[in-house]
Design a protein around this ligand. Structure first.
Ligand code: ATP
Length: 378
């Protein structure tokens, strides 16, 4: 893979041909994945796609049915969770309700038999980091959800593990607090240089914080890469639809060549696009183009695609508007436009976009919601 993939030092964590079966059900299918030292890697995917199962195998709560997981070059197969030196944070904070904040944070140090004199300064440092020093004598029930989650974070970091696993840690918080905590988490990650493997089903959270994101679907990683690569170069229609907003147009391949194709839409419309995967003339195809990549044409504008449309509606969002534009094929596209334009329903417009901003995927890959397994898993 190219050096720009965000990896810092490959293989601090390594999954080699790892599978997890529950009876005849495959929760995780032959997974190969390396996490670099100091990397912030996120597992992103819909519910039931295998994220937590994969994380739990790394934590030691589940054993792989097949394959090997190594941590810093050594197999963890025979290590129980508490011997893996991994910090963990979950959605339900799992704090001890009868203990003070300071005692909660001190707990991993006591269990590990740190000398008494070392515990207090470490707890202070960990609480400082999450800005909770002045709450150290409170009980968890006397804290807000966000504060409790910070205690859980301090407790996960206090023994300075090289690896921290987080499973939907911000899931219980409201949107504003969650966004605030995302920034704090990212800052702590950068300050400590700790390796973080993070699970979420919130794509904006994944894009905001991660060095790389692994997209899970039905027990497989369908694509892994930097947020930028996933957004701009989705390898499958599933990823294109899952990351950010995308318009989807179904059509049929008319011709293919040089990595591009021409797609026929209903009513004789034609669209030029990048050909992703195996496309042949006559095959059903799924086109994607992002709302911000479609322009309203100006007279001398040049573009691979220029399509007539009529305005169906326009929704004001303060800093931009979302225009619904109906093509002659009957298909409706969302277009992101500036806040100032007035677009009355029924108005005739022209939509333009270059072929390079439009991706054509084999339609079979998403038919009936089945994933494509053609993405690279490493
Ligand atoms: P979510 O975002 O909902 O937590 P996930 O991506 O983390 O989903 P997993 O919890 O890893 O998904 O579950 C993957 C699949 O394995 C699911 O279909 C789940 O029902 C199944 N599964 C998980 N644990 C077990 C178990 N102990 N026995 C049987 N099936 C299980």
């Amino acid at each position: 893979e190219p050096a720009s993939d965000g990896r810092r030092d490959a293989k601090f964590v390594d999954f080699i041909d790892v599978e997890k079966n529950y009876g005849s059900f495959q929760a995780v299918r032959r997974l190969n994945l390396s996490v670099g030292r100091g990397e912030f890697l996120t597992f992103l995917g819909p519910s039931g796609s295998g994220k937590t199962t994969t994380l739990n195998m790394l934590a030691g709560f589940e054993r792989p049915s097949q394959g090997v997981i190594t941590l810093d070059g050594k197999s963890v197969d025979r290590l129980p969770p508490y011997d893996r030196n991994i910090g963990m944070v979950f959605q339900n904070y799992a704090l001890f309700p009868h203990m003070s904040v300071a005692d909660n944070v001190a707990f991993p140090l006591s269990v590990r038999k740190y000398p008494k004199a070392e515990i207090a300064p470490r707890v202070t440092r960990a609480l400082d980091m999450v800005k909770l020093e002045r709450f150290k004598d409170r009980k968890p029930t006397q804290l807000s959800g966000g504060q409790q989650q910070r205690v859980a974070l301090a407790r996960a970091l206090v023994f300075e593990p090289a690896l921290v696993l987080m499973d939907e840690p911000l899931g219980a918080l409201d949107k504003k607090l969650r966004e605030h905590m995302q920034i704090e988490l990212k800052q702590i990650h950068e300050m400590l240089g700790v390796t973080i493997v993070y699970v979420t089903h919130d794509q904006s959270e994944a894009l905001t914080m991660s060095d790389r994101v692994a997209i899970f679907d039905s027990g497989s990683i369908v694509q892994i890469g930097t947020p930028d690569a996933l957004y701009n170069e989705p390898a499958t229609a599933f990823v294109a639809g899952f990351i950010g907003e995308n318009n989807a147009l179904d059509g049929e391949v008319e011709s293919v060549g040089n990595g591009r194709c021409v797609v026929a839409l209903p009513n004789g419309l034609k669209v030029a696009a990048l050909a992703i995967g195996d496309l042949r003339p006559g095959a059903p195809v799924h086109l994607t183009v992002r709302p911000e990549r479609i322009a309203l044409s100006n007279a001398n504008g040049q573009s691979d695609n220029r399509l007539q449309a009529t305005v169906d509606g326009c929704i004001y969002h303060g800093d931009h508007q979302r225009l619904l534009a109906r093509l002659a094929s009957g298909q409706v596209l969302t277009v992101k436009i500036g806040p100032e334009a007035t677009m009355a329903a029924g108005k005739a417009i022209e939509l333009c976009w270059p072929a390079s901003d439009c991706r054509a995927f084999p339609a079979g890959a998403v038919a009936d919601g089945k994933p494509s397994n053609t993405g690279s898993g490493s």
